[in-house]
Design a protein around this ligand. Structure first.
Ligand code: ADP
Ligand code: MG
Length: 400
């Protein structure tokens, strides 16, 4: 990982300086208030640290998909109250991102005060990363801080363009995320295991291709394991399976062989004739015994035990995607059991564990081990692109 500057590199006194801070305030809302403020909590240390150093902090964020036009329903003013509550300070809403209104607002803000600019995606220049648009925003700031890893896979004006125009720093959440990801796949302690699960191979092809070249053990679960099993000639019955990707699955297995990566597929599975909670047709069987009218909905207990042994011999784990249809009992059993093993090994100090992905985070929370992993990324798209081995433009811009 090339170097990037952090808040440690800023002077202790930022009095009179205007800091533009890109944060993720794209909160899930219901009836006018946020149902989950994790994103604000993650930006809070950066915001308070800058304010307490005396800076005038201007928060810059997108909210929804207004596609370059003002929509009153997508103003960041909707989240102002939730942000104030989490941050514990009053915030001044500024209904623009540049120009006279911003200039005057900065004049009103005292040192250590916080302002919230409007939805940066109201302007088409944001998503096209327009140079003039970025320059217009940069004109108001002395310093740029990016604390939104979850938006770093987009080369937009507020996530990438600004970093080239102002002295740029990673915020605390961005710093923690980049360090954790580097420990997991940048220069990890070996052996490294990756768990890739979820519904479909097609959504994670690039992830699989990247991982087989980097990790020693690739554990495949979820619906995508069915595609790999089918490619090996196993009859998976009515299971979710992308039969047209058999060649791709075989190519990934060949690539793994050449790279010295062991691919772990389940040898027992949980099957049912109907997809429902605790179905009467539920049974555990060997993968070669799945009937034509059965679906594989989770990997089996023997497979989980074998995978636990793999993790016991590994030093690093990256995990994306549940091992089964975990939203419906008992098809959460394998995911919960392996997550608990990973959490225990992490707590014992023998494993560094990093996980991410929308459903993966939900599954780890369901297993009650979200806080026992070394790092859990809530970044979604950005996390997956990182697992694909891609350079995220928002991160690269901080490093240049
Ligand atoms: P993430 O959001 O963590 O990246 P995905 O979206 O790729 O994860 O996959 C999660 C989904 O995969 C879950 O909704 C889960 O029910 C589904 N899934 C896992 N295993 C199976 C299976 N064997 N059959 C059908 N769906 C599955
Ligand atoms: Mg998902």
């Amino acid at each position: 990982m090339t170097q990037f500057k952090t808040l440690d590199d800023l002077p202790t006194d930022l009095s009179g300086k205007v800091v533009l801070v890109r944060v993720d305030l794209n909160l899930p809302m219901e009836g006018g208030s946020a149902t989950d403020v994790t994103r604000v909590e993650s930006a809070k240390p950066t915001i308070l640290e800058l304010a307490d150093k005396g800076a005038k902090v201007l928060l810059l964020a997108h909210y929804g998909r207004p596609k370059g036009q003002r929509h009153s329903t997508m103003s960041t003013s909707w989240v102002q109250g939730d942000v104030e509550e989490v941050i514990g300070r009053e915030i001044m809403f500024i209904p623009e991102v540049m120009g006279l209104v911003v200039e005057q607002s900065i004049g009103i803000l005292g040192n250590g005060d916080i302002g919230l600019l409007d939805n940066v995606r109201f302007w088409p220049g944001e998503e096209t990363n327009d140079a003039d648009f970025a320059a217009g925003m940069a004109a108001h700031g002395d310093i740029y801080v990016n604390d939104a890893f979850s938006a770093a896979h987009r080369a937009h004006a507020s996530t990438e363009g600004l970093a080239h125009l102002l002295p740029s720093y990673a915020g605390r959440a961005m710093e923690a995320e980049l360090k954790a990801l580097d420990v997991a796949l940048g220069k990890p302690e070996t052996p490294v295991a990756a768990v890739v699960g979820g519904a479909k191979v097609s959504s994670k092809l690039d992830v699989l291709h990247n991982l087989v070249g980097k990790v020693q053990h690739l554990i495949i679960g979820g619906g995508m394991a069915n595609t790999f099993l089918a490619a090996r000639g196993v009859d998976v019955g009515k299971s979710l399976c992308e039969h047209d990707l058999a060649d791709t699955a075989n190519a990934i297995m060949d690539k793994a062989d050449q790279a010295g990566c062991t691919i772990h597929l389940p040898y027992d599975v949980m099957v049912a004739k109907e997809f429902a909670a605790n179905p009467v047709s539920l049974r555990v069987c060997n993968v070669h015994e799945v009937a034509a009218d059965e679906m594989i909905l989770d990997i089996g207990p023997q497979a989980v035990e074998a995978l636990a042994d793999v993790l016991k011999n590994c030093r690093t784990l990256v995990w994306n995607g549940p091992l089964g249809a975990f939203e419906t009992a008992p098809f959460d059993e394998a995911t919960v059991a392996l997550a608990k093993t990973a959490a225990a090994l992490t707590q014992d100090g023998s494993l560094v564990s990093v996980a991410g992905g929308g459903d993966t985070v939900a599954a780890l929370a369901h297993a009650g081990v979200k806080d026992d992993f070394t790092f859990v990324s809530t970044a979604g798209g950005a996390f997956l692109e990182w697992m694909e081995g891609k350079v995220l433009p928002g991160v690269a811009a901080l490093q240049s």
